[in-house]
Design a protein around this ligand. Structure first.
Ligand code: BTN
Length: 330
């Protein structure tokens, strides 16, 4: 499926408006005024929302409501739970994009400031780490990308990966009320499998980061997952036994991440190493197989290096540090 065509931004604006009105809904005249759409265009756009699977309610006074909006992470639903100064003050919500990381990158290239957030209900080309595809379910997951402009050396940027995983774990525990486990470098697991992955992409010159896009995917509501990942992955609803409110979860993620990010900017990764290790059952003493670009490495985990690399003790007692890779068996 393609990204929404020319009227896509109008639909996004319409959803934003419908989602923002708590209960009382909108008259067609109010909607036409607020979206600058002539009535015929507005009717077509409302019909289009229905074909996108969003059912609208129209009451006897002709006021329009979007019941699904209560769980949509649009700015007006996220903001009441946000306690940040930097992250999420600008939040763009889309019905459909190819990848929120791509949308955020385009915004960053056009000058979007630090903390700008992109969230989408659906991705048609979601990307995971190491060139993989990220599968998600329309309207049920969190698909979020954040523009950061950290004033640190590019060599320090991989540390951000660990910081984001830590923040995601904290947010999930707070909002879903479940226990989580971190898997290096930044997967968050529930007892049933992976529920959250992070893809950070950097735009930098030697010695200078222009921006970093932090992409976070969380499997949130519903209990069924695409066949290709069922069995390895899990949803928060599965683990919590109840649906989890996405707007609150987005806000909690940004709240926790801002607090950790400010410490990272000031003091680097060091303050997080112990906390990260304490949040991961597999970071020490676990037999593992790591595939890192080009080769596989078997051994036993031996904690984190100061740069956030995974330390692996080989059979001969030597220790190797892996900065980028994938833990395929643990
Ligand atoms: C991984 O575990 O491999 C990382 C997955 C990251 C997925 C998120 S979903 C939002 C953002 N947009 C993308 O295309 N990818 C990230």
């Amino acid at each position: 499926m393609r990204e929404l065509p020319s009227s896509g931004r109008q639909l996004d604006r319409l959803v934003e408006l419908l989602a923002g009105s708590a209960g009382e809904g909108w008259s067609l005249a109010e909607l036409a005024r607020s979206t600058d759409m002539p009535p015929s265009e507005l009717s077509a756009a409302l019909a289009r929302l229905q074909t996108e699977g969003l059912s609208l309610e129209v009451d006897s006074d002709g006021r329009v409501r979007l019941p699904a909006a209560a769980d949509m992470p649009v700015a007006s639903r996220v903001r009441p739970h946000l306690s940040t100064n930097r992250l999420g003050q600008r939040l763009h919500h889309y019905l459909r994009v190819d990848s929120t990381n791509n949308t955020a990158r385009r915004l960053a290239e056009a000058g979007a400031g630090e903390g700008t957030v992109v969230v989408a209900e659906e991705q048609t080309g979601g990307r995971g780490r190491l060139g993989r595809t990220w599968l998600s379910r329309k309207g049920r997951d969190i698909l979020l990308s954040l523009v950061l402009r950290p004033d640190v050396d590019p060599a320090q940027a991989p540390g951000l990966n660990l910081v984001v995983g830590l923040a995601a774990g904290q947010a999930i525990r707070e909002v879903a009320g479940i226990t989580t486990d971190l898997k290096w470098p930044n997967d968050v697991l529930t007892c049933d499998g992976k529920c959250c992955g992070v893809l950070t992409e950097m735009n930098a010159d030697p010695g200078k980061i222009h921006f970093v896009i932090v992409g976070v995917g969380i499997n949130v509501n519903g209990t069924s997952l695409p066949n290709a990942i069922a069995g390895r992955a899990s949803t928060l609803e599965q683990a919590a036994g109840a649906p989890v409110p996405r707007p609150r979860l987005v806000a909690a993620l940004l709240n926790h991440l801002e607090a950790l990010y400010l410490v990272f900017l000031d003091r680097g990764l060091r303050p997080f190493l112990e906390r990260w290790a304490a949040s991961s059952s597999s970071i020490r003493g676990r037999p593992i197989l790591v595939s890192n670009p080009g080769r596989s490495l078997r051994g036993t985990t031996a904690g984190l290096s100061e740069q956030g690399a995974l330390r692996i003790r080989r059979e001969d007692g030597s220790v190797e540090e892996v900065l980028a890779g994938d833990v395929v068996q643990w």
